[in-house]
Design a protein around this ligand. Structure first.
Ligand code: ADP
Length: 270
């Protein structure tokens, strides 16, 4: 169902014959709308930290003879700059994922490696909050795809789990195989997400609580990056959550078959 947008071109090829070309424009229009929204959102999101930085610079100028104030405002300027840089980094990452062939040269990837590296990278923020990070149920599973992107995806889930959990809480990441799929589940006991919000958290720039997300350095792009990485690998990402009890984000990816080692019609890796 739905409305088809069709572009029709007509050419007279002979006295009696018309050539009619009908091209479905629905997908093209939809992509165009997504791109337009993205540009509007990006400009809006970039203006916030840039505005804050310039305001802070002015404030510092005015407070030049108060060293304590200067230090405080300089610190805030620094954290806005860090946020800006994270935002730019994620925007670039997301744009890269939106073009075809984002996987580069897909290869066999060991899920245990991906999880270990993501945990390693999330460790600093977790330690700062005294959050314990545990890995469970590794199975030597392999998928076919891009290792760096998969590390980014799992890391985004871990960073969120830590950011939206209390001090000294516990975050777990587990791997299992289920019906030919690899499931990487990131479990936290944090603030949780209401069912109405669960549908929206994967949208670009969507944040349940923008003020809180800003305080935690969130950009609102983390989960849309995860969603893109999952889709590019032929998988998906889902969330289970209860407000006040915690959340579980599950990344599901097709398991690699041996023949995947060199791509389609491939040589088999030992
Ligand atoms: P952000 O950079 O703001 O974390 P994300 O796209 O990663 O952006 O997440 C979008 C929003 O989803 C977050 O702002 C937060 O409100 C919510 N969210 C994501 N992960 C969790 C989690 N583990 N627990 C609670 N809320 C979460």
């Amino acid at each position: 169902a739905g409305v088809l947008l069709v572009q029709v071109r007509v050419a007279q090829v002979s006295e009696k014959h018309l050539l009619v070309l009908a091209e479905d424009q629905t997908q093209a229009r939809r992509l165009e709308a997504i791109r337009r929204d993205f540009v509007v959102n990006v400009s809006h999101e970039l203006k916030t930290p840039v505005g804050a930085i310039s305001l802070l610079a002015e404030t510092i100028e005015d407070a030049a003879d108060d060293p304590t104030a200067v230090r405080r405002f300089a610190g805030r300027m620094q954290s806005e700059a860090t946020r800006l840089s994270a935002l730019v980094h994620e925007i670039i990452e997301l744009s890269r994922l939106q073009v075809a062939g984002a996987l580069g040269q897909p290869a066999i990837v060991h899920v245990d490696d991906v999880v270990a590296e993501a945990v390693d990278r999330a460790r600093t923020t977790a330690d700062a909050k005294k959050v314990r990070l545990d890995i469970g149920g590794q199975q030597g599973t392999q998928v076919f795809g891009n290792r760096d992107l998969l590390v980014t995806a799992v890391r985004n889930l871990l960073d969120n789990a830590v950011a939206y959990s209390g001090e000294a809480s516990h975050v777990g990441v587990g791997v299992r195989e289920h019906e030919g799929l690899v499931e990487i589940a990131v479990v936290d006991n944090g603030i949780g997400i209401s069912s109405a919000e669960q549908e929206r958290v994967f949208e670009r720039f969507y944040r349940v609580d923008p003020a809180r997300a800003r305080a935690t350095g969130g950009t609102g792009l983390g989960l849309s990056i995860v969603k893109h990485v999952a889709a590019d690998h032929g998988g998906d990402v889902t969330v289970w959550s209860q407000p006040g009890r915690g959340s579980t984000f599950t990344l599901r990816l097709p398991r690699a078959e041996v023949g995947d080692a060199g791509g389609p019609a491939a040589s088999v890796e030992p």
